[in-house]
Design a protein around this ligand. Structure first.
Ligand SMILES: Cc1cc2nc3c(=O)[nH]c(=O)nc-3n(C[C@H](O)[C@H](O)[C@H](O)COP(=O)(O)O)c2cc1C
Length: 183
């Protein structure tokens, strides 16, 4: 199903970012062309080099790099145009909030705004239970669902902070299986 599909994986600054390395690996071995876009804060959790090595492709971490003549495209527009499927994992409360408000102040949120009308965008939230259950976050999720964003998870269980409850990133295998169903 994913053979030759151009998949963008958007990685946000949450502790579950390390799990998404496995997702990128699985997508690549399923035949997808995977481009990873990381927020600045995601780079505090996992290095771009890890995703570059796993995807076998450049990793995008910002908008302001000067490009060579060969690369000279408007990167956020180009990425969004050449995308069959987008997965945001882990999706932080912050990025969910920004998307729900139409804010595009970094490469990831800008690409999502450009891609979302043309390609399915899956959001895989991960955060502490209190954050997830916060009425503002829930309102943002509702709004994004209304606009056609698809959500996978979060799951319940033990959280990185030591609490137990809803907020874990859905199992990578489950995320993979759900996006595989996308035609
Ligand atoms: C150790 C640590 C773990 C964090 N884990 C999460 C998380 O799982 N989910 C979340 O929404 N925010 C988490 N945060 C807070 C985000 O990093 C913070 O809101 C940041 O602004 C998110 O940036 P981004 O959405 O641009 O990637 C964590 C912060 C720290 C220091």
């Amino acid at each position: 199903m994913l053979k030759n599909k151009r998949v963008i994986v958007g990685v946000c600054g949450g502790i579950a970012a390390y799990k998404v390395c496995e997702l990128v690996h699985k997508l690549k071995y399923a035949g997808a062309e995977v481009s990873v876009v990381m927020t600045k804060n995601a780079c505090e959790f996992v290095t771009p080099l890890t995703f570059q090595t796993l995807s076998g492709r450049p990793v995008y971490t910002g908008m302001w790099k000067l490009l060579t003549k060969e690369e000279a495209v408007v990167e956020h527009v180009d990425l969004a145009k050449n995308c069959d499927l987008m997965i945001i994992a882990p999706a932080t409360a912050n990025v969910i909030g920004k998307l729900a408000s139409g804010i595009a102040d970094d490469l990831l949120t800008t690409v999502v705004l450009g891609a979302h009308t043309a390609a399915p965008v899956y959001i895989c939230p991960a955060m502490n239970t209190n954050m997830w259950e916060n009425a503002i976050v829930q309102d943002n999720v509702k709004k994004l669902k209304k606009f056609g964003f698809k959500f996978i998870g979060p799951a319940s269980g033990k959280l990185a902070c030591g609490d137990s409850g809803i907020g874990r990133l859905e199992k990578i295998e489950e995320i993979f299986l759900q996006v595989m169903k996308e035609k």
